[in-house]
Ligand binder design. Structure first.
Ligand SMILES: *Cc1c(COP(=O)(O)O)cnc(C)c1O
Length: 420
C-alpha cells in the first residue's frame, strides 16, 4: 500500500526541533494556498460561489490571513471567533455567523460586524429582534430530520440539535418578511467528514427544492443556499480524496434543473468547509519518550490527547510516520499513546509500524483541522506550539506553546493559602 507523503523529511524536523521543541503542529503554507485556489477555481463554475472557512477548524490569525489572501470568507460560531475574524480584517458579508444556542452579545457583535446571521431556531427571530434588531439579510438553518440519514460524526439529523424543521422554515421566512427583512439565505449542515460526492449533490438538490417551496409558500426569493461544511479528507492511506469537480458538476446540474427550471436564477451557492481546506496540510510532530512491553507493546510520546483529541474521542484514524524509518518493514504492532491518565489517550491502537525506540520522531498526519483546535488542559496538560512551514522552507512560530504559568493564570494561590 502506498504510504502517505510528507512535505518534509527527518532532517528538516531535526533542524526545526533545535529551535522549537516537540510536540508541535506544523502547517504547510504552500499546500494550503494551492488547495484553496483549486477549491475556488473548481467550485467557481457555480452561481455566485463563496467559501467561508470554518474558523473552529484552525483558529489561528496566520491561517485566517492566508485564506483571506486567497479569497475565502470566514464562518464563525462564537464571540472569540467573531473577534478573531474582525481583528484579521474580515467584515460584512465576508463573515457567516452560524451558531446555535446563541447568547445575545454574539448576535449583537455579528450585527455590528455586518456579518450574515444564520439563525438556528424559529424562536431566535424574536430574540434577535429584541437584542440586536432584524438585519436586511437573514439566513435560516434547515434540519431535514428523518428526510436525511446523516453520517458518523454528526449523527442522524432527527437527533441533531441544529436548525429548523421544514414547516418552521416556511413559517420563519413569513415572520422575517413581516418584520422587515429583505434578503434571505438558507443553510444546512447534515454530514461531517464525508468522502462520497453524492451526499453533497443530494444536499444541494434538497436545498434547491426547499428554495422552490419557500418561494411558493412564503412568497420570498432565496438569495443563496449555504451547503455547510463536511467534505471529508483521506485520513487513511487507502482513502480517495473527494473530487471537487464531481461535486461542482453535480450541484450545477441540479441547479440548472431546479433553480433555473423554476425561474429562481440567480441564487448564490456557498460552502463553509473547514476540514478539507486545511486538514491534510497540518502535522503533529512528537518524540517517543518510552517504549513498554506488557500485555501489549506501547509507544509513549511527548504529545497527548490534549494536542489531538480525534483518535480518543471518535476512534478516528490518523496516519503515523516514523521519521527516518519510512522504508523499514512495518512488522511491529503498537498502541501509540500520550501521557494522560485516561486509557483512551491513544493516537493509534494495534498499528503496524517499524520497530520504535525511545527518541524516535513520529509525525501524525492530517492535524490541520480540528487538531490543535480541540485541545484542552485536563490533567494539567499544556497545548503545544503551532508552526508554519513557508514556501522557501523557513518556519514561522504562529502560536507559542502554553507554559505552566498559563495553566495557573486563573488560579489564586495566595487567596487559597490565606483561606481558613
Ligand atoms: C464544524 C462546522 C463546519 C465545518 O465543518 P468541516 O467538517 O470542518 O468542513 C461548518 N459549518 C458548521 C455550522 C459547523 O458546525
Amino acid at each position: 500500500m502506498a504510504d502517505k507523503l510528507l512535505p518534509f523529511g527527518k532532517e528538516k524536523i531535526v533542524e526545526i526541533i533545535k529551535k522549537y521543541p516537540t510536540p508541535f503542529h506544523i502547517y504547510d503554507e504552500n499546500a494550503i494556498r494551492q488547495n484553496a485556489r483549486n477549491f475556488l477555481k473548481v467550485f467557481g463554475i457555480l452561481q455566485g460561489f463563496r467559501q467561508f472557512f470554518a474558523v473552529k477548524a484552525t483558529p489561528n490569525p496566520y491561517i485566517l490571513k492566508i485564506l483571506k489572501q486567497e479569497g475565502l470568507g470566514v464562518d464563525c460560531s462564537s464571540l472569540a471567533e467573531l473577534e478573531m475574524a474582525e481583528r484579521m480584517g474580515f467584515k460584512d458579508e465576508e463573515i457567516m455567523f452560524s451558531s446555535n444556542d446563541t447568547p445575545a452579545e454574539e448576535f449583537l457583535k455579528a450585527r455590528k460586524l455586518g456579518a450574515i446571521i444564520n439563525l438556528d431556531d424559529i424562536s431566535h427571530i424574536e430574540y434577535l429582534e429584541k437584542h440586536a434588531g432584524i438585519p436586511d439579510l437573514v439566513c435560516l438553518r434547515y434540519n431535514p430530520g428523518p428526510a436525511r440519514k446523516g453520517n458518523g460524526i454528526i449523527g442522524k439529523p432527527e437527533e441533531a440539535k441544529y436548525g429548523l424543521t421544514r414547516e418552521q422554515m416556511v413559517e420563519a421566512y413569513r415572520i422575517l418578511k413581516k418584520k422587515g427583512a429583505k434578503r434571505f439565505g438558507m443553510h444546512t449542515m447534515v454530514i461531517s467528514n464525508e468522502l462520497h460526492e453524492s451526499y453533497f449533490i443530494e444536499t444541494a438538490r434538497m436545498m434547491f427544492e426547499l428554495a422552490v417551496e419557500v418561494h411558493k409558500k412564503a412568497g420570498i426569493k432565496i438569495e443563496f443556499v449555504n451547503l455547510g461544511g463536511g467534505i471529508g479528507i483521506p485520513y487513511r492511506p487507502e482513502d480517495k480524496p473527494v473530487s471537487y469537480e464531481r461535486i461542482a458538476e453535480g450541484v450545477r446540474e441540479s441547479y440548472n434543473k431546479i433553480i433555473v427550471g423554476n425561474n429562481l436564477h440567480p441564487l448564490g451557492i456557498f460552502t463553509e468547509c473547514g476540514r478539507v481546506i486545511t486538514g491534510p496540510y497540518g502535522y503533529l510532530a512528537t518524540r517517543v519518550r518510552h517504549v513498554k512491553h506488557i500485555y501489549k507493546d506501547y509507544v509513549g510520546t511527548d504529545a497527548s490527547m490534549a494536542n489531538l483529541m480525534r483518535p480518543g474521542m471518535y476512534g478516528a484514524y490518523h496516519h503515523i510516520t516514523v521519521l527516518g524509518k519510512e522504508n523499514a518493514p512495518k512488522n511491529h504492532l503498537y498502541d501509540v499513546t500520550g501521557s494522560l491518565c485516561e486509557n483512551n489517550d491513544k493516537f493509534a491502537i494495534n498499528r503496524k509500524l517499524p520497530e520504535i525506540a525511545p527518541g524516535d520522531l513520529l509525525v501524525i498526519h492530517d492535524t490541520g483541522a480540528h487538531g490543535f483546535a480541540m485541545g484542552f488542559n485536563y490533567n494539567g496538560k499544556l497545548r503545544s506550539a503551532e508552526l508554519l512551514l513557508r514556501h522557501d522552507g523557513s518556519v514561522v512560530k504562529i502560536r507559542r506553546a502554553e507554559t505552566i504559568s498559563d495553566y495557573f493564570a486563573t488560579l489564586d494561590f495566595n487567596g487559597a493559602k490565606k483561606f481558613k
